[in-house]
Write a protein that binds this ligand. Structure first.
Ligand code: SF4
Length: 512
């Protein structure tokens, strides 16, 4: 069966280049059939947003129904008849297929593709400007390139433009011939042409790339299948933080394919070889793989493959204080809403869980919950408490909350809180000072390794967001309890990790 190059194939390629091949040529019996509830939630939010935008844009020709062939014919006919606005038209040419949300007629009777998105039009949410924080999103740009490419081939466009209607209903134009960034050498169009070529090869099985073991795989239906492949083949991406592009470089440049081969490398020899290659003009040889990162990857591979126990690389002394707080927040990025600040408090042998929860989807409720969290923190004796959290998410989110609710607490106080040496990001401790016989250094992987069990059968941050949305619909207290228990267990897992790290013994020499 011939496979079309579509917007979703280009999107998949940007998320994971292997996905395109595996979807068509992979072992179909290994693909997870059930849809992920979080992915469904995102999809239904997208549909709701699209319906809202459609209700505001006035009249349009709706070509949603019918076979692809019929819809393609009707789309071409409508454009020939100069229809001002077409919804769900079908564009097709050779091995390319595109269904833009809208096709809008321009004054010169050409058409521009318009896609409705439930996200911000630009990365960082700002406006596009040289040196500004906003820049076009890669996956939006390539999708618009595909639609414009089809319009050009069908004779309905002579421009390289597309539009996004974003979460706020703003119409934002994408100049597809612009450079991808201020420093980039490639335009969006050139980038699109390049990846379209890769996708075409993968779809036809003329090129085959490898799976990876990555945190990005968690929502993918091929997760189990690709994990199995990585484990069985001893793939280098089993090493935590060794990603797909470094793996491909090591495979190609050194012919190193397995963990055992990686462990056996002579770093000095490799670095000498890299110098020689650079002198000979091959600057791409082991591109972005330096001595330190290679040594780290080899050490982690050795812990994973041979030592099989966690190793402490530097002595760590955690603060000795009256109150230890283990802290974790839950937020819904689809509506930029923080619904829960959870703290598991340990003090003089006693433990308790405190939650500061917003049970309504409103600014007042979000602000009130956050205010109560700070009241609690301010009630603790200064310099006699420590706070442990995992990853920078809490810090980043709190800075955003401060901008939203500046009268709750000042930015200086938020910054001072996270700069306090007693407020510790355990993820950075794990990354810098420890190695684990694990491919993932997520809180879940680490705490489970240390023997901790979540009460929920399917604990995940993504599911918590889905539960929260369900709770908002029906205010079912059982769902709220599930959300709170999950957060409490995340906080407890942070405590288990802190205690686990404290018990580790120095073992750098063994790990080398
Ligand atoms: S599981 Fe990971 S490697 Fe496999 S197709 Fe999905 S994203 Fe790609």
């Amino acid at each position: 069966m011939s496979q079309y190059i579509t917007a979703s194939k280009l999107y998949d390629y940007l998320q994971c280049p292997h996905r395109v091949w595996r979807d068509v040529h992979g072992p179909q019996d290994e693909k997870i059939k059930e849809s992920n509830p979080f992915v469904e939630l995102l999809w239904s939010k997208g549909v709701q947003h699209e319906e809202k935008i459609l209700s505001l844009i006035g009249e349009y020709l709706d070509l949603t129904d019918g076979s692809l062939d019929d819809r393609f014919e009707k789309t071409v006919e409508a454009m020939n008849n100069k229809a001002p606005l077409i919804y769900q038209g079908v564009l097709r040419h050779e091995d390319m297929l595109g269904i833009p949300d809208l096709l809008k007629k321009l004054p010169d009777d050409s058409y521009i593709p318009v896609d409705i998105k439930s996200g911000m039009a630009f990365e960082g949410g700002g406006v596009e400007e040289v040196g500004g924080e906003g820049k076009p999103k890669k996956h939006y740009a390539v999708q618009l390139c595909l639609y414009t490419d089809l319009l050009k081939r069908l004779g309905f466009a002579n421009h390289h433009l597309g539009r996004i209607i974003d979460i706020d209903g703003q119409n934002v134009e994408y100049d597809l011939m612009a450079l991808m960034s201020v420093r980039a050498k490639e335009t969006w169009w050139e980038f699109y042409e390049k990846i379209k070529g890769h996708v075409s090869f993968l779809l036809k099985d003329q090129y085959r790339n490898k799976p990876m073991n990555s945190s990005k795989c968690k929502l993918c239906p091929w997760y189990n299948s690709c994990q199995k492949w990585c484990k069985e083949s001893g793939d280098l991406t089993n090493v935590f933080y060794l990603g797909r592009s470094d793996r491909d470089r090591l495979n190609e440049d050194l012919n190193v394919e397995t963990l055992d081969e990686l462990i056996d490398l002579d770093v000095e020899e490799v670095m000498e070889l890299k110098k020689r290659e650079k002198k000979a003009g091959n600057g791409d040889f082991l591109y972005r793989i330096g001595e330190d990162s290679l040594k780290k990857a080899m050490r982690r591979a050795n812990v994973l493959q041979n030592i099989k126990e966690p190793v402490l690389l530097e002595p760590i002394a955690f603060p000795e204080v009256k109150y230890e707080l283990f802290f974790d927040i839950e937020d819904d990025p689809t509506q930029e809403f923080v619904y829960l600040h959870g703290v598991y408090e340990r003090s003089e042998g006693k433990e308790r869980f405190l939650d500061f929860t917003a049970t309504e989807l409103s600014n007042e409720a979000e602000k009130e919950a956050w205010g109560r969290f700070w009241d609690y923190i301010k009630s603790l004796p200064i310099d006699d408490f420590s706070v442990y959290y995992f990853s920078h998410h809490e810090k980043t989110t709190y800075k955003k909350l401060q901008k939203k609710y500046p009268d709750v607490i000042s930015m200086d106080e938020v910054v001072a809180f996270f700069e306090n040496p007693n407020v510790i990001d355990l993820y950075s401790v794990v990354q810098k000072d420890t190695d684990w016989p694990l491919s993932s250094y997520s809180l879940k992987a680490l705490a489970v390794y240390l023997g901790f069990e979540w009460r929920d059968e399917t604990p995940s941050g993504a599911l918590s967001i889905q539960w929260f949305n369900e709770y908002l619909d029906g205010k079912d207290e059982a769902i709220l309890k599930r959300i709170l228990e999950y957060n409490e267990d995340d906080c407890k897992a942070t405590m288990v990790l802190k205690d686990g790290i404290e018990k580790l013994e120095l073992g750098l020499d063994a790990a080398r």
